[in-house]
Unconditional design. Structure first.
Length: 165
């Protein structure tokens, strides 16, 4: 069992409905880990006047695939990636975006950080999409919290030594 599995990941969603009972949006809360390929990157050239700041990243959530699948079936969408390992379990990677002052704070997340993110589900349709793939569901961050940072391991001075023959 890996070091990551000792933590409990979390995923939940609720639908926000109008007075007629129609779904307006989905509110998502998730706890997971920022992996190497999901470290947030920032762009400051977005918007009509190229003055908006956005941070884009990916959060990896383990063992919550059933709840995630319910949301994906309701919205007829997909997430960035889903993998299954019979020994490690499921691993779902969900894209997220934060803007303005949240972008600056989310940009501070590093590989290995345990974070809580919440916000609205956003479904990205690609206009030039020619294949049969479903649109991707991502999270627009309205709240974030750093739960913990990965500690750097202290390496022994003798760790790199090779015994003589």
């Amino acid at each position: 069992m890996t070091e990551q599995r000792r933590y409990k990941d979390y995923f939940s969603f609720e639908s926000i409905r109008d007075k007629d009972g129609e779904v307006v949006c989905y509110h998502i809360t998730m706890i997971g880990t920022i992996e190497e390929d999901g470290v947030p990157r920032i762009r400051s050239d977005i918007g009509t006047e190229n003055d908006k700041r956005y941070a884009f990243g990916k959060l990896t959530v383990r063992g919550c695939d059933r709840k995630i699948r319910v949301l994906l079936n309701e919205t007829n969408s997909r997430i960035y990636s889903h993998t299954y390992d019979p020994y490690e379990g499921t691993e779902d990677t969900i894209s997220f975006a934060a803007r303005d002052w949240r972008a600056d704070e989310v940009y501070q997340f590093n590989e290995g950080d345990r974070v809580l993110l919440e916000g609205r589900a956003y479904i990205r349709y690609k206009e030039d999409q020619t294949d049969e793939r479903l649109p991707e569901l991502s999270l627009t961050v309205t709240g974030h919290f750093l739960l913990g940072r990965r500690r750097s391991r202290i390496r022994s001075m003798n760790a790199g030594l090779v015994p003589q023959e």
